[in-house]
Design a protein around this ligand. Structure first.
Ligand SMILES: [Mn+2]
Length: 294
């Protein structure tokens, strides 16, 4: 498994300059920096080059995350909204390719954050989403990108809430570059068993997000069954990417969208945040790599 961190641990906005976070992630021992696809299409070619070179130099692989906006909802009944989705990705995939990003995860099959003031038609949205995802997979394939469908808790999504729904969706799409993505934070709401959910995703599992129930970085003081989660990932032969996605800071669009209404960093300064991330990575590796001898 390769380990990463989402840049928004340190940030309060979605589309930012990711350059400073490459060196930071590398210094802390990560293999991967996950960035947001928001505003990537507007990134000047020179900046793409600089970012790619910095990542290559630091030995950092970049992965992408995204929550499509309501006006880019692939499951929408409005053809203009679906067209926006394809317009967004047709501009974003070439940038991802230039940056060397081969994997994007998130609620790509719908939109985020969901507006529950509107009526929900799950069966119709699912059908449109699957059909749209087949087309999007073909476009992604042209740029060497795998799309990972993040299973979300009920408050943030309604199409895929469990690993079983994720796997059924991915099988319905039936494209090799469309995979299931699990996030321990969301699993904690919906799954009866972390182990069973991971086994259900099985070979279709393409990406994993890790975080505590309150979105702190994985830690010994938390209450996720990290050893069991790690053991099950090893059992299914998962050799993919594991990215921690901690949100501990209030403020900005990130704090608002994630609903961080209290300081979960305990007043940490930049140095302390780094220390926490470094410690979390060491803890996670201990839990996930398990006994080497067998
Ligand atoms: Mn996540």
């Amino acid at each position: 498994m390769r380990y990463g961190i989402y840049y928004a641990y340190w940030e309060k906005q979605w589309g930012v300059d990711y350059l400073p976070y490459i060196g930071r992630a590398a210094r802390l021992g990560f293999d991967i920096l996950e960035i947001s696809c928001a505003s990537l299409a507007e990134m000047p070619a020179a900046c793409q080059k600089t970012l790619r070179a910095a990542a290559d130099d630091a030995g950092i692989a970049l992965t992408g995350g995204y929550g499509p906006r309501a006006i880019e909802n692939i499951a929408s009944a409005d053809p203009a909204v679906v067209a926006n989705c394809f317009d967004f990705w047709s501009k974003t995939f070439p940038v991802l390719q230039a940056l060397g990003v081969t994997q994007v995860g998130g609620g790509l099959y719908s939109y985020w954050p969901v507006d529950y003031a509107k009526p929900v038609d799950k069966p119709a949205d699912l059908e449109r989403s699957v059909a749209g995802m087949r087309r999007l997979a073909a476009l992604a394939e042209d740029h060497g990108v795998t799309l990972c469908m993040e299973v979300l808790n009920r408050h943030e999504g309604y199409l895929l809430n469990t690993a079983a729904e994720g796997r059924a969706y991915v099988e319905a799409v039936g494209e090799p570059n469309v995979k299931v993505m699990l996030d321990t934070y969301h699993m904690n709401f919906e799954e009866d068993s972390f182990e069973e959910a991971i086994r259900t995703a099985g070979p279709s599992l393409g990406h994993v997000h890790v975080g505590e129930c309150n979105r702190r970085p994985p830690r010994a003081e938390g209450r996720m069954p990290w050893a069991a989660i790690g053991q099950t990932l090893r059992d299914i032969g998962y050799g993919g990417t594991v990215v921690m996605e901690p949100f501990v800071l209030t403020g900005g669009q990130v704090g608002r969208d994630i609903r961080v209404w209290r300081d979960l960093s305990d007043g940490a300064d930049a140095e302390k945040l780094d220390e926490e991330a470094r410690g979390s990575l060491a803890f996670l590796k201990t839990m996930f790599e398990g006994e080497r001898k067998r």
